[in-house]
Design a binder for this molecule. Structure first.
Ligand SMILES: [Fe+2]
Ligand SMILES: [Fe+2]
Length: 180
């Protein structure tokens, strides 16, 4: 009985919430690995700016993962280092990469929204408040992904199109970093 009381006092996270946060840790860890793999492909193919953009993005996703990791442990839960498998290494084109990123970010947004909804439902306002940072971050990341993808339609991929797109991705990357 004593043990039970101690456990109750030590933790502020409900098991359901902890499970959802651990799933999000896994999702951010996979995002990081996914973007690193994309960065490598771009680097190898000579898209230097796209590669830089994606190397940075991979680091940011790891930071997203670590923020939740610490939150879970500080709240008395147990953050789980996720298994990262099934990461794709080859892509058909630069455009495909940016289409995949947007699709992936939309999935992440849905998952974040689900946690926010859950936290509100169970009156876990600490987690609700903690997750607001992710809500804002997802809005920014989706906007960036859409703008990156628009470059392919605006510039076109023929001739020096892909080279120009890579240059513009570099500018988008610098602008995003300056805004932080
Ligand atoms: Fe993320
Ligand atoms: Fe992201």
């Amino acid at each position: 009985m004593k043990q039970k009381e101690i456990v109750t006092l030590q933790r502020s996270l409900l098991p359901d919430t902890e499970a959802l946060l651990n799933k999000q840790i896994e999702m951010e860890g996979k995002s990081s690995a996914y973007y690193l793999s994309m960065a490598s492909w771009c680097h190898m193919m000579g898209y230097a700016n796209a590669a830089q953009y994606l190397y940075t993005h991979a680091d940011e996703e790891r930071m997203h993962m670590m923020k939740i990791f610490h939150y879970v442990n500080e709240a008395g839960g147990h953050a789980i280092q996720p298994e990262i498998t099934g990461i794709r290494h080859n892509f058909h084109s630069l455009r495909e990469i940016f289409e995949l990123i947007l699709e992936h970010e939309i999935k992440v947004t849905k998952s974040i929204n689900n946690i926010v909804d859950h936290a509100f439902g169970v009156k876990d306002f600490a987690t609700f408040s903690f997750m607001q940072w992710y809500v804002t971050e997802q809005r920014e990341e989706e906007t960036m992904s859409r703008r990156a993808l628009e470059l392919f339609d605006i510039i076109g991929e023929e001739g020096i199109g892909l080279w120009t797109i890579d240059q513009e991705l570099g500018k988008l990357h610098s602008a995003a970093n300056a805004g932080e």
